[in-house]
Design a protein around this ligand. Structure first.
Ligand SMILES: NC(=O)C1=CN([C@@H]2O[C@H](COP(=O)(O)OP(=O)(O)OC[C@H]3O[C@@H](n4cnc5c(N)ncnc54)[C@H](O)[C@@H]3O)[C@@H](O)[C@H]2O)[C@@H](O)CC1
Ligand SMILES: [K+]
Length: 488
């Protein structure tokens, strides 16, 4: 599990840890890890390389200067561009100068050339102390940097991104690598900021000792998903494995029903029951489906419903699914057709799976607002509907209405998944996991993980269709569970 903590939490943990350690020890740990990471990404050896340090006046600049001093001692030519020369971390600056480094300022005539000729630039303008878009001097440096061919390493965070939300409100540094200290910050995992971070390396500075056990954000890895995925035992039969009901598709959109069933068949439920107007299309492709053309109310027993993909404008199937006492997944038209108070007052869980446009419509804001502040949007929607919400997109997020439960961020996925019908597959898959007994947060996050991985396999660097994604789910499942012993 990867986890991320908010700034306030990091500060408290740092204070407690610092009180137990000699002065400056934490910054030295950070600088040592940072210098080692820089040495790894330098295209040639450290000796003789040209390094520029963009240095703000806080401790982020301090880390950067100390790391620069380490590189200078190994023979790099190091120049620090000081944003506020008289407020620069004094000890760190002395260390750099002692090691043979030099300094200049943001508007010096030599700064553009230094950036253009650098092999490596460290962004130590601001870290967790940064707020709002970069100030003009810092923004000027970020602009100059954008034109430099140098490898860019962001220190703790790319300067200009909001650490807690992943928002980017103006100029920000684009890094190839971000070296972050103690724990991830939410902005490193959530778009748009995530895009600015490049790859992310976490340096252990001993902070785990004093951080609270519950992070703000978490990101499942293979082993976490493997432990959550349902697997049949000797006693399982199709009913014990769960039956998932799919109320989707219409005469106009039969394909959505087929794709939701395609996902549902690969999600671990023992059987898929389809209700709706697309029975022929579903049976033609998946004869193993139990079908009826009634609504959810008259269909046989299921352990979870998926309602809404391609459903059109008829609110009845969605209302009937919501009236049941089993978990319901709402997607696509189902999101629009569901009555909010009904969702809020249900006893059984509801899982909603909007993309940014659908989330925007439900929240009464613009799509751009949702995309700029995905973490806020997913939390707001979960609270408004008292439901678990999976917000699809470049970084898929899953939130429950409980503000103390970490929001999950899906680390798999690929831009190739932005293809028609891919969401229908995901809804069937997540519904199937609900029917197999997973709580909504786990069902949603394991479904997103599998779906993302399946998308990568199906695409393999080329355009792919939703059906291919569904068909790649078993390969993703096998890869994830390969390392977990299983003896049915
Ligand atoms: N506290 C600690 O023990 C440790 C802190 N560490 C480093 O310290 C950093 C936090 O240091 P600080 O609290 O000094 O804060 P920062 O250095 O992140 O930022 C504060 C400085 O940035 C300026 N600033 C704020 N917003 C700005 C904006 N929008 N544009 C331009 N300048 C802006 C402020 O005027 C201030 O000078 C962490 O990110 C990490 O890099 C690490 O050394 C690990 C240990
Ligand atoms: K930084």
């Amino acid at each position: 599990m990867r986890s991320a903590h908010r700034v306030e939490t990091v500060r408290t943990a740092e204070r407690t840890l610092m009180a137990r350690l000699p002065e400056g020890a934490l910054m030295q740990r950070a600088a040592a890890g940072l210098a080692a990471a820089c040495a790894d990404v330098l295209p040639r050896r450290v000796y003789g390389s040209r390094v520029v340090l963009l240095t703000g006046s806080g401790d982020n600049g301090g880390d950067t200067l100390y790391a620069g001093a380490r590189l200078a001692r190994r023979g790099a030519g190091v120049t620090a561009v000081l944003l506020a020369p008289d407020r620069t971390h004094p000890d760190a600056l002395r260390a750099l100068l002692r090691a043979g480094g030099t300094t200049t300022t943001a508007h010096s005539a030599t700064t553009p050339t230094a950036l253009a000729r650098a092999d490596l630039v460290l962004d130590g303008i601001v870290g967790i102390g940064g707020r709002g878009g970069l100030r003009p001097d810092a923004a000027h440096l970020a602009d100059l940097l954008a034109d430099s061919p140098a490898t860019v390493v962001a220190v703790d965070l790319p300067s200009g991104v909001e650490p807690d939300t992943g928002e980017v409100r103006g100029a920000a540094v684009r890094a190839d690598l971000t070296v972050t200290f103690g724990t991830h910050k939410p902005g490193l995992l959530v778009d748009p900021a995530r895009e600015y971070a490049g790859s992310v390396r976490l340096i252990d500075i001993g902070l785990a000792e004093t951080l609270p056990p519950t992070p703000a954000l978490e990101s499942l890895q293979h082993a976490d998903v493997a432990a959550l995925l349902p697997r049949p035992t000797g006693e399982s039969d199709k009913y014990r494995r769960g039956v998932v009901g799919v109320a989707a598709g219409s005469t106009r959109y039969p394909g959505a029903a087929v794709l939701a069933v395609a996902g549902a068949l690969r999600g671990g439920a023992g059987a898929v029951r389809y209700v709706g107007a697309a029975t022929e299309a579903v049976l033609a492709r998946y004869p193993e489906t139990l079908v009826s053309n009634t609504g959810p109310k008259k269909a046989g027993r299921v352990q979870a419903w998926v309602a809404g993909p391609g459903a059109g404008d008829d609110p009845t199937p969605v209302a009937e699914a919501l009236a049941s006492d089993v978990p319901v997944l709402l997607d696509a038209d189902g999101l629009r057709l569901a009555d909010r108070d009904t969702v809020r007052t249900r006893e059984a869980p509801t899982l909603m799976t909007p993309h940014a446009g659908e989330a925007a419509a439900l929240l009464g804001v613009s799509r751009e607002e949702v995309e700029a502040a995905r973490l806020t949007a997913v939390r707001d929607l979960a609270r408004a509907y008292d439901a678990t919400v999976l917000l699809k997109g470049s970084t898929t997020l899953i939130a429950t209405p409980d503000p103390d439960t970490p929001v999950r961020v899906n680390p798999t996925g690929t831009p190739w998944l932005a293809t028609a019908g891919s969401g229908d597959v995901l809804s069937g898959l997540a519904g199937s996991l609900l029917a197999a007994g997973l709580p909504p947060l786990d069902a949603a996050s394991t479904a997103a993980y599998l779906h993302g991985l399946a998308g990568r396999y199906a695409a393999d660097g080329a355009p792919t269709g939703a059906h291919d994604v569904a068909e790649a789910i078993p390969a993703a499942w096998r890869d994830i569970t390969r390392t977990v012993p299983y003896h049915p």
